[in-house]
Ligand binder design. Structure first.
Ligand SMILES: [Cu+2]
Length: 347
């Protein structure tokens, strides 16, 4: 009797520790915001992918419960009891059982295969029009180490790291890479699609809820891969149209300190890499800065777009985003202040 009590205590402790750990795991799941959760599908493409995933999840859970249940049952039911001989009777082969455990997984894998292929074909088809004659919005996405360019060729707009789209309308993307393989991923809107040099991949999504959706490169592409983020801003049709017309107008002429900033921009070689419409700057190495002041972030989500952060970026891009392809140009404090006034005014 005495030995049994002692023998059981560690087991109880183990169960206790297990329960606490399980509780911690569940509580960790109680965060309030999930900006990149695939479980919160905000459009039909993400929804379809989520449905397929959920089927797989429940099927796998069913298999787990059956297999582990049988394992536990046999372990306990047929355990060695006191006074039993060392080796239990040996059995070889059981045709019925073997047929059953070959057929069951084959059928399950077959069902998963059919559902998967159907989903792939569904998503590869052109997006359904929500209204008669409605055309999807066409955007070209170009992946660069380590930022994104979005070109709306039909609208004459180019921007970086911030994809504006109208709510409730399909968006068709043509994805290309300027250098290495990247992958375009907005978890709440659509699964990943590879972005490959010399090969235009296409995909589509639709945002059914207005909001800002977080996206990021999902294929390791070099040192700053983790800082290759972007946002999708889905807004009502009128707000989207207002954004487009603001982006299309040439930026207002700089005033005050901004005028000096424009001169610094021209004299310090920025134009070799950056474009600002309405000026002589037509560089194609870095992001289009025509409306840089209107964007939420700098350097593909590395910094919030504030004057202080813009100054930090210009002081030394490598400090903010190690590996970034913009060199440290050794700008003076005065030059930085003038550039910040100029660039922040480009809205
Ligand atoms: Cu990447």
């Amino acid at each position: 009797m005495e030995t049994m009590v002692v023998g059981r205590r560690p087991l109880l402790q183990l169960i206790g520790v297990g329960l606490v750990l399980t509780m911690v795991l569940f509580l960790v799941g109680c965060a309030t915001s999930y900006p990149q959760s695939t479980f919160d599908a905000a459009g039909p493409v993400a929804k379809k992918q989520l449905d397929l995933y959920l089927f797989l999840f429940w099927a796998a859970l069913g298999v787990f419960v059956v297999v582990e249940g049988l394992l536990l049952y046999t372990t306990i039911r047929f355990r060695r009891r006191p006074g039993q001989q060392a080796t239990p009777p040996q059995v070889h082969g059981n045709t019925r059982l073997e047929v059953a455990w070959t057929l069951a997984p084959a059928i399950l894998v077959g069902v998963i295969g059919v559902l998967t292929v159907r989903t792939i074909f569904d998503l590869a088809a052109p997006p359904p029009a929500m209204a008669p004659g409605e055309e999807p919005l066409q955007v070209s996405v170009v992946g660069y180490q380590w930022w994104w360019e979005f070109q709306y060729a039909d609208l004459g707009v180019t921007t970086a790291n911030e994809l504006h789209v109208p709510v409730g309308r399909a968006v068709r993307l043509a994805l290309q890479s300027n250098d290495v393989i990247h992958s375009f991923w907005v978890p709440k809107l659509a699964g990943k699609t590879d972005v490959i040099p010399n090969q235009a991949n296409t995909m589509w999504f639709r945002a059914d809820r207005a909001g800002t959706y977080f996206g990021q490169c999902a294929e390791f592409c070099g040192i700053a891969h983790a800082q290759m983020r972007f946002r999708v801003v889905a807004e009502p049709e009128e707000a989207f149209a207002a954004w487009v017309s603001a982006q299309k107008q040439p930026p207002a002429s700089p005033v005050g300190l901004g005028t000096q900033g424009a001169q610094v921009f021209a004299s310090r070689g920025c134009a070799a890499c950056h474009t600002i419409e309405g000026t002589t700057a037509h560089g194609r190495v870095g992001p289009d800065l025509t409306r840089v002041g209107s964007r939420q972030t700098l350097a593909a989500g590395a910094l919030a777009n504030t004057p202080e952060n813009l100054a930090r970026w210009l002081r030394n891009p490598q400090d903010v985003k190690p590996g970034a392809k913009m060199p440290n140009l050794g700008l003076s404090q005065d030059e930085i202040a003038a550039l910040v006034a100029y660039l922040d005014g480009l809205r």
